[in-house]
Design a protein around this ligand. Structure first.
Ligand code: KIV
Length: 298
């Protein structure tokens, strides 16, 4: 395992990678450099994502679907999120770490939103939080930011509202819905959000919003015109076999890699070809003979 400080390519050449902060998000947007973000929910994945030089790791509440096996993100609790956020923060040292606020952790009151946001930083090593919603969440965003906690917004297909949206479907495809999204994006910016995720919305709209906002947009199913891109890591790896949204590009088929490995293990064990001497612990001959003697078996 390499313990060397990773290098990154900058305009000035290769330099040692520094911890990513929200400042880099702003700087990248200003410089026209794209921002990369992936989800992680555990230590080894966080380590691998961090070593790949990804700018930000989102401990997404997608955890509920791709790791915990729920049909949607609604059952995910603060305890679930903090537990997985801690594991991620032990693995990642450079990426900006963003904890996703779960359903009902910020909707009941602004006070509760601030307190729960604080727990991500105080108890789980996160650098920032993300929450879903626009104008209706502006006061919560304002107060969380006032407490010193950077907030990322999330508009378009907001999975915690799956029941009011009528399913996981593309959003903002009518002029009035698109106008509402634009208003919501400006509300979040005005409330102090440092960035906003745009999920499953028309590419033209996302590009327009990205050009008008001063804060960076991070797209998922929102086209090439966003300031950054995010994917759910389990989708990208082909680890989640229940369904793959249209906007996902699969870079690996880990589900079948895992399946092959498990079948290989089963076959080897059943054929008694594993473990071999190579995988076994030995005992010196004289120790073995001494034992046999003691047992009266020599
Ligand atoms: O929970 C999550 O993983 C997310 C991303 C899809 C942005 O919110």
């Amino acid at each position: 395992m390499s313990t060397e400080t990773p290098k990154v390519k900058t305009k000035a050449g290769e330099t040692e990678r520094a911890k990513v902060t929200t400042r880099l998000f702003r700087q990248k947007k200003k410089d026209g450099e794209v921002i990369t973000m992936l989800t992680a929910y555990d230590y080894p994945t966080a380590l691998a994502v961090d070593r790949a030089g990804i700018d930000a790791i989102l401990v997404g509440d997608s955890l509920g679907m791709v790791v915990l096996g729920y049909p949607n993100t609604l059952p995910v609790t603060m305890d679930d999120m903090l537990h997985h956020s801690r594991a991620v923060s032990r693995g990642a040292h450079y990426a900006l770490l963003i904890g996703d606020m779960p359903f009902m952790s910020y909707q009941v009151s602004v006070e509760q939103a601030v307190a729960n946001a604080g727990r991500f930083l105080q108890e789980a090593g996160m650098d920032a939080v993300k929450l879903e919603g626009g104008r209706e969440r502006a006061e919560a965003v304002r107060q969380i930011v006032a407490a010193g906690i950077p907030v990322m917004g999330h508009l378009g297909l907001t999975p915690q509202s799956v029941n009011t949206l009528g399913g996981f479907r593309p959003q903002a495809r009518t002029s009035s819905a698109a106008k509402k999204l634009i208003d919501d994006a400006f509300s979040l910016e005005e409330a102090g959000a440092f960035s906003v995720v745009l999920e499953s919305v028309p590419a033209r709209l996302a590009e327009w919003v990205s050009k008008k906002l001063s804060i960076p947009t991070i797209g998922i199913g929102a086209g090439i015109g966003c300031d950054g891109q995010v994917l759910v890591t389990h989708d990208l790896l082909g680890l989640f076999d229940r369904f793959t949204p249209k906007f996902v590009k699969q870079y690996a088929s880990m589900h079948s890699v895992m399946n092959d490995a498990f079948t290989g293990f089963k076959n080897d064990v059943e054929a008694r070809s594993f473990p071999t001497d190579e995988h076994s612990v030995t005992i010196k001959e004289e120790q073995w003979q001494a034992l046999l003697k003691e047992l009266g078996e020599s």
